[in-house]
Write a protein that binds this ligand. Sequence first.
Ligand code: CA
Length: 229
Amino acid sequence: MMVAMRVLVVEDEKRLAAALRRGLVSEGFAVDVALDGTQGEWMATAQVYDAIVLDIMLPGVNGYQLCGRLREQGTWTPILMLTAKDGEYDEAEALDTGADDFLSKPFSYVVLVARLRALVRRGSAARPAVLACGDLVLDPASRRCSRGGTPVELTARELAVAEYLLRHAGDVVSKAEILDHVWDFAFDGDPNVVEVHVSALRRKLDRAFGRASIETVRGAGYRLVDDRG
Ligand code: CA
């Protein structure tokens, strides 16, 4: 029994776009077509698709840029990129920008459909899981953090420290561990930089909400806890 899948096709060549639509519809997919990158971006974020077929060569926003933007915005719909040339360079770049798979033109529908089905089955592998401890939530993919649903603005470094604490919620983590994971291995500055960032996090994530979730464990380090009582 086949489940209908909704696919967005972003392709500026009208004949190819129409052929793609016909081919995929006949395979039981529900298909929407965007004829340029801007329209594609709008549609991909306004609606939920099971997969996106994305051409690289598009006027305005090209496929690489569109893929990168969608990932930045936290849209993790699986993307199958259509590369014009079959060069390794294209494929590497497609995967680099966050595409899940690629297919070189010209391609056969049998292969396209098989790839799409496989993509939808396995979903987007790129998306990291959202981290939470109590009502503190951090999404590493969109780089957003919130407390009780209220967004909190963090610097890139604060976000990285918060992410490390969240990944080890309930455990004691030492300053040295945080330093190792969040700062460059070649960092040889003052290890107190960790304290500076932890106090910024306490101010933004705890005190601003009347909370105390980042505990100091004397002589050992820090522990993030669910302090909702
Ligand atoms: Ca094109």
